[in-house]
Design a protein. Structure first.
Length: 267
């Protein structure tokens, strides 16, 4: 146990020092190995190993003269992903609140994160029954309307990654057959929205539509969800139309104004 704790402590210290390297470069712009070692109070060889580790992840890079290091493109990618997520949340908030008030149900905004759907924001409708707090929750991609939208517009390689494992069953309504799921996703791309009725939980129905960025790539989805008895099949077309209009408004605020077909791009 003692050796395990020591290993854990050393690992945490290494992470702390690696993050300190990034902070130093953010503050000073460019630094050499010896300068970083002096700032951290560690041996030059230790500083070099830390730099090599973060350089492998493209978080730092050497300058042209090969003498110093600066923050790398990996930092920009991380910052860009965070900025894009914040942009979606910011631009969808007021629109989502209006949609929630109009349909009387919960509105959610979700993105793909690793191999799951991550709910990044929620706007509650005026209904007295608000059983779910989705914000921050992760769910399977194939069992929700948001997930189906994101799957339908995922690049082919990404789709294969997301559906490589057997599709889990959450209720007797969950679509677990990949061929059937692909047919349903074809319909999602055709009609512009996805429905999941009693597929993640019995008694829960949701309708979702895609949100596109300035390049027309689907980066998020917006959904309306509520108890199935309040979202029966006959009401879904009307709700779907409102969700698509709201999602289009968010896409417009992100800079996407539609192609000649008015549809988001896939892949």
């Amino acid at each position: 146990m003692s050796n395990e704790m020591e290993k854990d402590g050393a690992a945490v210290q290494s992470v702390d020092r690696a993050l300190s390297v990034l902070k130093l470069l953010a503050r000073h712009g460019e630094l050499g190995v010896s300068e970083i070692a002096a700032q951290l109070g560690v041996h030059r060889s230790t500083a070099f190993r830390l730099i090599m580790t973060v350089e492998m992840h493209e978080l730092v890079e050497q300058t042209a003269d090969r003498g110093k290091y600066r923050l790398g493109v990996g930092i920009l990618r991380l910052a860009g992903a965070t900025t894009a997520r914040l942009d979606v949340v910011r631009e969808s908030r007021a629109i989502g609140e209006r949609l929630a008030a109009s349909v009387g149900e919960t509105v959610n905004v979700a993105i793909l994160d690793r191999d799951e759907v991550l709910y990044v924001d929620q706007m509650a409708g005026p209904s007295a029954l608000q059983a779910h707090n989705w914000a921050g929750r992760r769910v399977a991609v194939h069992a929700t309307s948001n997930g189906k939208v994101l799957l339908a517009h995922a690049p082919a390689e990404r789709f294969e990654e997301l559906t490589a494992k057997p599709l889990g069953m959450f209720t007797e309504r969950t679509v677990t057959d990949l061929r059937r799921l692909k047919r349903e996703l074809d319909e999602v791309r055709e009609c512009g929205y996805a429905v999941a009725a009693d597929e993640l939980e019995i008694g829960l129905t949701a309708v979702a539509a895609p949100i596109s960025n300035a390049e027309g790539r689907v980066v998020a989805s917006m959904s309306v969800s509520g108890p199935t008895f309040r979202l029966p099949a006959e009401r879904l077309p009307s709700v779907a139309q409102q969700v698509m209009e709201a999602a289009d408004q968010v896409s417009s605020r992100l800079g996407w104004h539609g192609n000649e077909n008015g549809r988001a791009l896939t892949g």
